[in-house]
Design a protein around this ligand. Structure first.
Ligand SMILES: Nc1ncnc2c1ncn2[C@@H]1O[C@H](COP(=O)(O)OP(=O)(O)OP(=O)(O)O)[C@@H](O)[C@H]1O
Ligand SMILES: [Mg+2]
Length: 264
């Protein structure tokens, strides 16, 4: 189970790989724009040269060629085509950057992190998936920074939020609550979606268990999330009422050392 990379890490890995080709597509397109501009100027210069010779046959030939190659259309559109491509590349660059920020692939290690900041960036990433399905209510308490692998905690919150959004048969509500207790913190994601029936609630943390149609879910979200929280010495639990909604609760120790002491 731990060997399976989370979807977020996979996406970030792919994003990392995309960076390189996007980089040279970008610089090549920029160069192509310059070269094209020069080629157009050269053609313009040649046209003027031919026209200034007052050679009727040559001018007729030139006009024939202009028509055959749809030159007027080409001249008017070629720069716009390149500019649009550059815009597209810019957008890909932005997406790659967002993905990298989200998973913080460059610093995928234990550190003291602000959970609320992680929730906010996760909400930004998941927003398209959520916005038409649910209203998000934030009920944040006071939280200390906690020692964790932030990209992985973000991944868990992402999975819970997307699951909640998917559980909405009609637009509903998602509540994100945080609080702290002594040497622990609690994060809750509650929804008023479909709920989970008793006969499947025991299986939802199993790898590949899904009730979603093919292509919609892999059934890995919760099993990965469970693994991540366990690695953090925390707990991930669920309480659900069919037809009413579901509450997932994450409890995490504030520091790694502290829980080691306890275990020892
Ligand atoms: N908030 C929820 N409300 C109702 N059912 C849920 C909720 N969260 C999870 N489930 C149920 O648990 C199943 C397993 O969830 P899990 O996140 O592991 O996989 P998935 O969402 O189906 O697919 P994936 O997350 O891999 O895209 C879901 O298919 C769904 O039936
Ligand atoms: Mg899921």
């Amino acid at each position: 189970q731990e060997k399976l990379a989370s979807l977020g890490q996979l996406a970030a890995g792919v994003a990392h790989e995309i960076n390189n080709p996007v980089g040279f597509i970008n610089s090549n397109l920029t160069m192509l724009a310059k070269y094209t501009d020069r080629a157009l100027q050269l053609i313009h210069h040649m046209e003027q040269t031919i026209e200034s010779q007052h050679d009727e046959a040559a001018i007729a030939e030139l006009n024939k060629a202009r028509t055959a190659y749809k030159y007027k259309y080409l001249k008017n559109n070629i720069m716009a085509v390149i500019d649009e491509s550059l815009e597209g590349v810019d957008r890909v660059k932005q997406i790659v950057q967002d993905l990298k920020n989200f998973s913080r692939i460059d610093e995928a290690e234990w550190q003291w992190a602000d959970i609320h900041a992680g929730i906010e960036s996760t909400l930004n990433i998941a927003w398209n998936e959520i916005k038409y399905k649910a209203e998000v209510h934030k009920e944040y308490g006071e939280l200390p920074n906690i020692e964790c692998v932030p990209s992985q905690i973000n991944q868990v919150i992402m999975n819970l939020l997307v699951n909640s959004a998917h559980a909405m048969e009609e637009p509903g509500n998602i509540y994100i609550r945080t609080s702290s207790q002594e040497d622990k913190i609690t994060i809750q994601v509650e929804d008023d979606g479909s709920g989970i029936s008793d006969d499947i609630i025991g299986k939802i943390f199993d790898p590949f268990f899904t009730t979603k149609e093919v292509g919609k879910g892999t059934g890995l979200g919760l099993s990965l999330s469970y693994g991540i929280i366990k690695k953090h010495n925390g707990e991930l639990t669920v309480v659900s009422t069919p037809g009413k909604g579901t509450v997932f609760t994450i409890v995490l120790p504030v520091s790694r050392n502290h829980s080691d002491h306890k275990a020892a």
